[in-house]
Design a protein around this ligand. Structure first.
Ligand code: BDR
Ligand code: CA
Length: 362
């Protein structure tokens, strides 16, 4: 991730004597949101997922990236039911020969609302119709959020959490054991948007699916990077990429090619198919793929049209108003603290090339 995207905002204010004064100058400056331990081997990660076509590509990218060490996978209801997602995830780790990775089923439904699955976006089997053999791996018996809690305590200050589904499991883990918050190196999630939604005009699916859980995660106080639609829609997989995968002999390449063709057929990204979740993994593999801005982001949990929107404050301030006769008067600005490193730029082609090369080799 480009380490520091500095932007200043100055606002001038006219006081009664006609004098203009600067009320606020806020620098919004992003630091790398997680620290990779120096010379200590691959980055340990936990993936929380609702597989899901792009989830499947994300998981496989993580499994075939030497920069990462996948310590566990927790499954949440979202694109598909938690049962189907659990089965799909076990098929994928089995296909990759990685039965050593614990896969645990988590929440069956969002915290407060009814689940909305996405057959249209993921096909009837959740994997865009890509066939996989039954899994040879056994699922972990723990509840997904408990697996997260256990792994964070086992590897304190070493884990980057990569949530790529609705944030229900993460919120449940934080609620049950808030002591994990300072023990996590960073959270790099796929979700949200500061430029419009994909479910409706305002909300992106992962946040829309469980806004209350998202609000808990966005306010937890840990280093958080949001890989939202602002960047994922600019990293499209193209027909030429699918052809490259189809030319390779391996089962992972074959699987990825089928999913790529499905994604292209529904055409969610600019000029091609979306692989949203894979970019969150890509950003942990290679932080230079993203440019970010450090902004205050709040999740809309009410609203008639905007429930589930991630609302970003561009200026780092809110107006300060006081009663003045029969109205309120704005007398200045109150600074607010940023909480999210928002992905605003991406080297989409470099990322897709990395994805294709890595999955194509197996
Ligand atoms: C997100 O929603 C899901 O459908 C995808 O898997 C991705 O996580 C994109 O909005
Ligand atoms: Ca997902």
């Amino acid at each position: 991730m480009q380490s520091c995207s500095r932007r200043g905002h100055s606002k001038f204010w006219q006081i009664s004597g006609g004098l203009l004064i600067v009320i606020a100058t806020i620098a919004v400056c992003a630091k790398a949101s997680w620290a990779t331990p120096a010379a200590s081997g691959p980055q340990k990660v936990i993936i929380d997922s609702d597989p899901g076509t792009d989830d499947a590509l994300a998981m496989l990218l993580a499994l075939y990236s030497p920069e990462l060490d996948v310590k566990g996978i927790s499954i949440v209801a979202g694109n598909v039911t938690a049962d189907m997602g659990f089965d799909d995830a076990l098929r994928l780790v089995s296909l990759a020969g990685r039965c050593d990775i614990p896969v645990a089923k988590g929440a069956d439904h969002p915290l407060l609302q009814r689940l909305v699955t996405g057959t249209y976006w993921n096909g009837a089997n959740g994997l865009g119709g890509a066939e996989t053999p039954s899994s040879k791996c056994q699922g972990d018996k723990r509840f997904g959020p408990d697996l997260i809690i256990d792994l964070v305590h086992k590897y304190p200050h070493e884990i980057v959490l990569i949530p790529i589904g609705p944030l229900t499991n993460i919120a449940l883990a934080v609620r049950k054991d808030p002591s994990i918050i300072p023990l996590i190196n960073g959270v790099v999630l796929m979700g949200g948007s500061i430029s419009g939604g994909n479910v409706n005009g305002a909300a992106e699916y992962n946040i829309y699916q469980d806004p209350e859980a998202a609000s808990i995660v966005f306010n937890a106080g840990w280093p958080l990077t949001m890989v939202g639609l602002d960047v994922t829609e600019k990293a499209a997989i193209l027909v030429a990429d699918a052809k490259k995968l189809e030319a390779q002999p391996g089962p992972i390449a074959h699987f990825a090619a089928t999913v790529a063709r499905y994604q292209i057929s529904i055409g969610e990204a600019t000029g091609g198919g979306a692989v949203h979740d894979a970019l969150a993994v890509g950003a942990v593999v290679d932080p230079t793929l993203l440019q970010t801005k450090y902004l205050r982001v709040d999740v809309e949990t009410g609203g008639e049209f905007a429930r589930g929107e991630t609302v970003a404050n561009r200026f780092g301030t809110v107006e300060k108003s006081v009663p003045s006769g029969d109205h309120w008067d704005t007398i200045g600005l109150t600074p607010i603290q940023p909480n999210v490193h928002v992905g605003v730029g991406v080297d989409g082609r470099r990322f897709i090339d990395m994805l294709i090369t890595r999955l194509g080799a197996h």
